[in-house]
Design a protein around this ligand. Structure first.
Ligand SMILES: [Fe+2]
Ligand SMILES: [Fe+2]
Length: 262
């Protein structure tokens, strides 16, 4: 099975890149499932029903998220209702939404799990190790998924590597998101779990993680509050990883699939 994971789609440049690149990529690589992180989908701040629909039409099957999904209060309703849009599973149990889901593909169902890191994140989450253990214990025997994909949305590179080693041989892939900076360390760990520290951002290249550089410079240089403004034009990057799995549900390979457009 071939699973494509697209990194944090940020604002309009990210959505445009997905719409221009994804449909042909799905055909060319014969991709069975597309998962994308959408925490910055709508003007950099969370997601809306309309922007989610745009991504679905472009070929995204399952959407994961992270700390930025709460920007728009009204989106909690979509999270509560739609199991194809995830929020991290280690938020408190009364938080709206689903922390994991099953995607149906022609080659069997895929368990997709979303987790949030704790370092420098300032979010009320449980540590993810026991959360993911509990999900795997409850679901794997019962549902027998053909593949298991984890989006670990975390800031610290060490947090992401440690969780990938913890899950080696038990899931098909651990894909890091959140930093918006792609890492070149995509590899398959010894027991068969694919791992990349961060898949990167699909969005504006002429930006600081998607935000207008002037704004971030002011924020870092002066003590005065400044409002975030996201870059909406200019060259764009499409950042993703393609994972091929075996019949046993482990990873045969992982490769970066990156492109840039004007
Ligand atoms: Fe993000
Ligand atoms: Fe994030």
């Amino acid at each position: 099975m071939k699973i494509l994971f697209v990194g944090d789609i940020v604002a309009k440049p990210g959505r445009v890149a997905v719409k221009e690149i994804l449909p042909d990529l799905i055909k060319k690589e014969k991709i069975d499932l597309v998962v994308a992180n959408i925490e910055n989908l709508a003007h950099g701040k969370g997601a809306t029903a309309e922007t989610v629909e745009e991504m679905r039409e472009a070929g995204v099957d399952i959407m994961t998220s992270g700390n930025h999904i709460w920007f728009r209060g009204e989106f909690a309703e979509s999270l509560s209702r739609d199991p194809t849009i995830l929020r991290p599973a280690n938020y408190p149990s009364d938080t709206p939404g689903f922390g994991f889901t099953f995607a149906e593909t022609k080659k069997g169902k895929v368990l997709v799990i979303n987790l949030l890191g704790s370092q420098w994140m300032n979010q009320p989450v449980e540590e993810p190790y026991r959360t993911v253990d509990a999900i795997l214990l409850d679901q794997v025997e019962k549902e027998k998924p053909a593949a298991i994909l984890v989006d670990y949305h975390a800031e610290a590179t060490s947090e992401k590597a440690a969780l990938a080693w913890f899950l080696d041989g038990r899931v098909s892939a651990v894909i890091g998101t959140h930093t918006h900076i792609p890492s070149c360390d995509a590899t398959v760990l010894p027991k068969g779990t694919a791992f990349v520290t961060d898949v990167g951002m699909t969005g504006a290249i002429h930006s600081v993680l998607g935000v207008k550089p002037d704004i971030i410079i002011k924020r870092q240089k002066d003590p005065y509050p400044v409002k975030f403004e996201w870059v909406e034009t200019g060259p764009k990057a499409f950042r993703s990883c393609l994972i091929e799995t075996t019949k046993a549900g482990l990873a045969k390979s992982i490769k970066r699939v990156d492109s840039e457009l004007g």
